[in-house]
Design a protein around this ligand. Structure first.
Ligand SMILES: Cc1ncc(COP(=O)(O)O)c(C=O)c1O
Length: 173
């Protein structure tokens, strides 16, 4: 048995996937083709937000979010010490400083008991990660963010499809 059997998942939806891939090859509208708008609409509806914007990778999405918020040199972004490297990498990439918060042992997610102590006057955003399909407690996290007037960027690369109190990961809160 394979540890991650991606072929099994593909085979389950093979006919539908193959048909859509062939459709794209057929119309050859590879850049901003009609499937993009269709996917963005479906993604937004699925997570319950107004807009979804597709980009090339999870790493790009984090960098774009930071740049959109104007995060740059001299700023700090509070994130979690245990994650995929992209989460911290993009903070450095835009010239800001990652400030790491330790995890809670049960979920491997950002320890909310330690979050507030990591926030300083230079903090420009919070970048929690929903790791292994588990989300940190966003009611609590967002309350802390609101108290400090900070935007929250959820790294949902591993949690798309997860729900918490009826709300989807990557959805509005
Ligand atoms: C938690 C997390 N954030 C970001 C990324 C980056 O996504 P991508 O590989 O699509 O750039 C990953 C990829 O595994 C991830 O696990």
């Amino acid at each position: 048995m394979e540890f991650i059997d991606l072929k099994q998942q593909y085979h389950r939806y093979q006919a539908a996937i193959d048909a859509r891939v062939h459709q794209v090859l057929d119309h050859a509208h590879f850049i901003m083709g009609p499937e993009i708008a269709e996917l963005e609409t479906a993604l937004a509806r699925y997570v319950g937000v107004k807009h979804a914007i597709t980009v090339a990778s999870g790493t790009d999405s984090l960098e774009i979010a930071l740049r959109a918020l104007g995060v740059g040199p001299g700023d700090e972004v509070v994130t979690v010490a245990f994650t995929w490297i992209s989460t911290a990498e993009v903070i450095g990439l835009v010239g800001a400083k990652p400030v790491f918060v330790d995890i809670e042992p049960a979920t491997f997610n950002l320890n909310l008991d330690l979050l507030e102590a990591a926030i300083t006057p230079r903090t420009k955003a919070l970048l929690p990660v929903s790791l292994f399909g588990q989300m940190p407690d966003y009611d609590r996290l967002n309350a802390i963010a609101a108290r400090h007037g900070l935007p929250v960027i959820e790294d949902g690369a591993q949690s798309f499809g997860a729900t918490q109190r009826g709300r989807r990961s990557c959805g509005s809160r």
